[in-house]
Design a protein around this ligand. Structure first.
Ligand SMILES: NC(=O)c1ccc[n+]([C@@H]2O[C@H](COP(=O)([O-])OP(=O)(O)OC[C@H]3O[C@@H](n4cnc5c(N)ncnc54)[C@H](OP(=O)(O)O)[C@@H]3O)[C@@H](O)[C@H]2O)c1
Length: 237
């Protein structure tokens, strides 16, 4: 079910922002989520310059009212067309497990896993009311492969893949498609914040990943996409 309006979480930065821009270019109206109002306004203004209608709901992605607000705005902007979703909000904080802080563990699990449960509860009634729907969760190659100094991230992303596959199994009979999108290393601010030896040139660009996400969300076929893995040329870095 091709959407004419989409919720996009994580729209204030990186992959979520680029996905929003590619959807805007293809005429999709957007309900943009993230915590930074200023950066959401930047994304909205870029999307409006491409002709897309936009609304912003700033707040924590684990807050039920924020997710419901985003779903309501997408429905309003869609003007009777179908609503979809790109769920890109997430955090990555790396470090040795024995000294990793409990706060970083809790915040990683909340943003990367619990937020998808909250999103599902807000979106499923909207999808059901319109006779089906399509949501894409931005997971990671770390949903399939473990890396050192990454226990919280890997645990959250493995869990998120389990959740998205459970949602796909539970709701496909109602015409609701849950796409697990697993990018490899992608140059965004997430990497700028870390002291990593990985070179930017070897990574995917956020623009390419955003385009691939828009392609998946807008695919015209009647079949359901399930798990989409999108890697840099060299593979897993
Ligand atoms: N970059 C990579 O190599 C890579 C690879 C595979 C998968 N991914 C996944 O791609 C997604 C986006 O990552 P990115 O690389 O684009 O990182 P980014 O540039 O740091 O963007 C992260 C986004 O998530 C939002 N966010 C984080 N915690 C939030 C919260 N509690 N409530 C609301 N919004 C929250 C941020 O918004 P605010 O700052 O405004 O709160 C921001 O828009 C993540 O799920 C990440 O795990 C990234």
């Amino acid at each position: 079910m091709v959407p004419s309006a989409c919720v996009v979480t994580g729209a204030s930065s990186g992959i979520g922002r680029q996905a929003a821009l590619h959807l805007a270019e293809r005429g999709v109206a957007l309900a943009l989520g993230g915590r930074s109002l200023e950066r959401l306004e930047e994304t909205a203004s870029l999307c409006r310059s491409k002709g897309a209608a936009c609304a912003i709901v700033a707040g924590d992605v684990c807050d039920e009212n924020v997710m419901k607000g985003l779903a309501d705005e997408a429905r309003r902007l869609g003007k009777g067309g179908k609503v979809g979703a790109v769920l890109s909000a997430g955090v990555a904080r790396f470090g040795d497990t024995e000294t990793y802080s409990r706060q970083d563990w809790d915040e990683t699990l909340s943003a990367n896993l619990t937020a998808l449960f909250v999103a599902a509860q807000a979106l499923i009634p909207v999808f059901r009311a319109q006779g089906g729907g399509r949501a894409l969760a931005v997971l990671s190659i770390a949903s399939q492969v473990a890396f050192p100094q990454s226990a919280a991230y890997v645990a959250s992303k493995f869990g998120a893949l389990g959740l998205v596959k459970s949602l796909a199994a539970e709701y496909r009979r109602e015409g609701i498609e849950w796409i697990a999108f697993l990018p490899g290393s992608t140059w965004t601010e997430l990497w700028e914040r870390m002291d990593s030896p990985l070179e930017r040139e070897r990574m995917l660009s956020a623009e390419d990943v955003g385009r691939a996400i828009a392609d998946a969300v807008l695919h015209p076929g009647a079949g359901f996409l399930d798990e989409v893995v999108y890697l840099p040329k060299e593979g897993i870095l």
